[in-house]
Design a protein around this ligand. Structure first.
Ligand SMILES: *Cc1c(COP(=O)(O)O)cnc(C)c1O
Length: 810
């Protein structure tokens, strides 16, 4: 940890300005300063990075690799400064120099290499692994374009490419020496060896070079620096890959060149939805093959134990099924390159890989056409086929009671490879991400697998790093907390429970209220700068920020807004507590309904925000381009956290945890981790409403719900829907007819109408509670106090002790 003073720190920054930017403090731009500071931090990190790596080799430490197609990192400048113990002096220095730290730090472009929760979870896990000194590394893809940048034009979402590497990314180091080849296509040849075993060789494959870029993962003030290795796809050196010859493979060669460019070209912008695109399969295999080859190579170089002990020294966690080709790839390397028999290789593989399930949405379950895998990855297909044969035979003979269900269990069925099944069969651990989610996996979605492998299934409720999502983004609240209970909560987030002692302490509640007010003022300023709308700083800041998806039900939220609008129009003197409804959300580019909802929010905003009868009783704000940095600005100011998914659909959620930790009260369904929040804070400190997951699942199974009945019988619902149909909020008559018809003709598949009444009631209760500010603040403090459980430190301790069996490196 750094021992710099402001003066010595300034000197280092000046040196970097001079050497790297040819500037002095006087003529440096904010961008120059950003790069100079990042260079100082890098110097601070590097010795510890080398030492951490060396110690793992010296100690022959068992290590874990977290494989993920997504890492939604956001900016690193502040968290790296903080973790090196230099954030405070850096901020003070910049302020002394008359600079705004924010203006300097914003020159780091968000690393948006993820869609939403799943990618952000991976980033929080890296932070916790390093901060707890666990030997764990990330492995992902260095997409040239991250998640698209969202602009809103006339209420419509428009996507722009996110070229985050345009300016140099100061945290990465290219490691050309460690490049590896990944092969696609071609043919497999079998040879019988003298001892009658088979040998496989590949011919005519296209070679892609995987070049790693390493990003340091800095632990919190503990001298530990782990690695995030991001792979970039490149062409092999020209002379090796293409020689003019008689067969004239010129076009094939050009094709290959183009396709190599694409492999690490961009992140697929789809969340919770599966698309069987060949390029996506290539990306998955590219990540998996480079990572596993690298792990095996490293093992052989540095470990003294034989490769047959691989699983004793390595655990590989796969983040959803996206990297589940890790199973056949590890088999391939162990058999074809290292000479293991099938049984030996299977024993090692099955004891190395662990799988995290993130969703039960059927539209998100990955299934690849067998033909696609066969032609793109012929050897991998042979191995999957063999895994499937042996697995199905095993059931037939050893579990006759499950024979009937083989079509639902088989890894290959109806000409498709089912990736979740491959992951379950080839791993030693299958975990869900919240209690309810894991129960649904065991009792419904994966019932038969659960009866086959009961001990594989386990729960690891998600978490978030409280160092970023509280300490860093909400310095005001952090210092009030530290003043009250001391700084131990930073390394032991469960200590936040000590705040309960102050939940009736009036001077403390004053401070909590002051902090929220100041944070709301900050956000109000951001809103004014970005949208031009001036919001009432005394209104309730009611926040729903997350990917736009029908199951997350932003529609229910905006229906509530429309309902309130109608009420006030009906009775302009209505006494309501003013509200600011804040939305931020990206929709997948091809997701029509999601984009319609974004448009509806904007059209409602443009009616409500400028209606004289409404005044500042209601404002509707949509902040464009939701990403980690925007989340960091909104969350400290949130008072209501909208977590209103259709019960059973949100595996965990992590936005709910971030807002709870910053003192917002949740209005939510009994879904995902909301249930665990409720169990901690109690019913009096959360607003729970709506159908339960059992009720939802029963409706899906047995029917019995009719949306049209509600349309007919509930005047409020009919008014809202008719307004959509009749163009009340559109620039044209027909603007939102599709939403109207979608709900009524498809029988409201996400139960928006069904939950409408209890949702309105919850909001009426929220309004009554908010009028008693002291009571509200007590509830807020209770939420902060109990949020320690949702630190990803707790989650990572559980993974480490129950799945990975790794030790903290003290
Ligand atoms: C936390 C986070 C998410 C996940 O939010 P949910 O409400 O759990 O869906 C998505 N995107 C960003 C940028 C986040 O920070």
């Amino acid at each position: 940890m750094s021992t710099h003073t402001k003066e010595s720190f300034q000197k280092l920054v000046e040196e970097k300005l001079q050497r790297n930017r040819r500037k002095t403090m006087d003529n440096a731009s904010d961008q120059d300063l950003y790069y100079a500071i990042a260079a100082v931090v890098t110097d601070e990190i590097t010795p510890n990075w080398l030492a951490t790596d060396q110690a793992l080799k010296d100690n022959q430490t068992r290590q874990v690799y977290y494989l993920s197609m997504e890492f939604l990192i956001g900016r690193l400048i502040e968290s790296n400064l903080q973790n090196c113990g230099m954030l405070t002096i850096c901020n003070e220095l910049l302020e002394d120099l008359g600079r705004s730290p924010d203006d300097v730090y914003k020159h780091e472009h968000d690393a948006g290499l993820g869609n939403g929760g799943l990618g952000r979870l991976a980033a929080c896990f890296l932070d916790s692994m390093a901060s707890l000194k666990y030997p764990g590394h990330g492995s992902g893809i260095r997409y040239r374009y991250g998640l698209f940048e969202q602009r809103i034009i006339h209420g419509n979402q428009v996507e722009l490419p996110d070229y985050w590497l345009k300016e140099e990314y100061p945290w990465e180091i290219r490691k050309s020496d460690d490049a590896l080849n990944v092969q696609f296509g071609g043919h497999v040849h079998m040879h019988k060896k003298q001892d009658d075993t088979l040998e496989f060789s590949y011919e005519g494959a296209d070679v892609v070079v995987a070049v790693p870029y390493d990003v340091p993962v800095v632990g919190y003030q503990n001298n530990t620096v782990n690695s995030l290795r991001l792979w970039s796809a490149e062409l092999p050196p020209q002379h090796e890959s293409y020689e003019p010859n008689a067969e004239n493979k010129y076009y094939h060669h050009l094709d290959h060149m183009r396709s190599v460019e694409q492999i690490s070209g961009f992140l697929y912008p789809d969340d919770s939805n599966y698309e069987g695109k060949e390029l996506r399969l290539k990306q998955q295999y590219f990540l998996v093959s480079a990572t596993i080859q690298n792990i095996v190579r490293k093992y052989k170089r540095y470990m003294e134990t034989p490769l047959s002990d691989f699983h004793k020294k390595v655990a590989i966690q796969i983040n959803d099924t996206h990297p589940s080709l890790a199973v056949p790839e590890l088999m391939r390397i162990l058999m074809d390159q290292e000479g293991f028999s099938w049984d030996e290789a299977w024993e090692i593989t099955r004891n190395t890989i662990a799988y995290t399930n993130h969703t039960t949405l059927s539209e998100a379950l990955e299934k690849w056409p067998t033909d696609m895998i066969k032609s793109l990855l012929p050897r991998i297909y042979m191995i999957i086929d063999e895994i499937n044969e042996r697995f199905c035979k095993g059931i037939w003979f050893d579990h006759p009671e499950l024979r009937e269900t083989i079509p639902e269990l088989a890894v290959i069925a109806e000409d498709q490879v089912h990736m979740a099944r491959l992951a379950i069969v080839g791993s030693f651990s299958v975990n869900g991400v919240a209690k309810l989610h894991t129960e649904i996996l065991k009792k419904q979605e994966m019932k038969n697998f659960y009866s086959l492998y009961p001990s594989k299934f386990n729960n690891k409720t998600n978490g978030i790093t409280h160092r970023r999502w509280l300490l860093q983004v909400n310095p005001r609240l952090s210092s009030v907390i530290t003043d009250a209970i001391g700084p131990q909560w930073i390394s032991q987030p469960n200590k936040l429970i000590g705040l309960m002692r102050y939940s009736n302490d009036l001077p403390f509640l004053d401070k909590i209220e002051e902090v929220k007010r100041a944070n709301k003022q900050d956000l109000a300023k951001v809103i004014k700068d970005r949208t031009g709308v001036i919001v009432n700083e005394d209104s309730i800041f009611d926040v729903q920020i997350k990917r736009l998806h029908e199951y997350k039900r932003q529609l229910l939220n905006i229906f509530h807004v429309i309902y309130l609008y109608n009420e006030i129009k009906e009775n302009p003197s209505l006494d309501i507590v003013p509200r600011t409804f804040i939305f931020a959300a990206k929709a997948a580019p091809g997701y029509y309904m999601a984009k319609e909802v974004i448009k509806l929010i904007h059209h409602v905003a443009s009616v409500v925000n400028y209606d004289k009868d409404i005044g500042d009783k209601i404002k509707v704000i949509f902040l464009e381009n939701y990403n980690v940095s925007l989340a960091e600005k909104i969350i400290p100011a949130a008072e209501i956290s909208e977590q209103i998914s259709t019960a059973s659909k949100e595996a965990s959620g992590t936005g709910n945890m971030k807002m709870m930790m910053n003192g917002a009260l949740t209005v939510g369904t009994l879904d995902g981790a909301n249930i665990e929040i409720k169990d901690l804070v109690g019913n009096d400190n959360i607003f729970i409403f709506g159908l339960t997951s059992d009720e939802v699942l029963d409706y899906y199974k047995y029917g019995g719900y009719n949306a049209n009945d509600l349309y007919r019988t509930d005047d409020r619902i009919r008014l809202v829907l008719d307004q959509l149909k009749h163009g009340r909020f559109g620039s044209q008559e027909i603007e939102f007819k599709d939403i109207y018809y979608h709900i009524l003709t498809n029988n409201d598949p996400y139960f928006v109408l069904k939950d409408f009444d209890p949702y309105i009631e919850s909001h009426e209760l929220i309004e009554r509670s908010y009028r008693y500010q002291r009571q509200w603040s007590r509830m807020s403090v209770t939420n902060i106090a109990y949020s320690g459980k949702f630190s990803s430190d707790r989650t990572i301790h559980e993974y480490a002790s129950e799945i990975w069996k790794i030790q903290s490196q003290q």
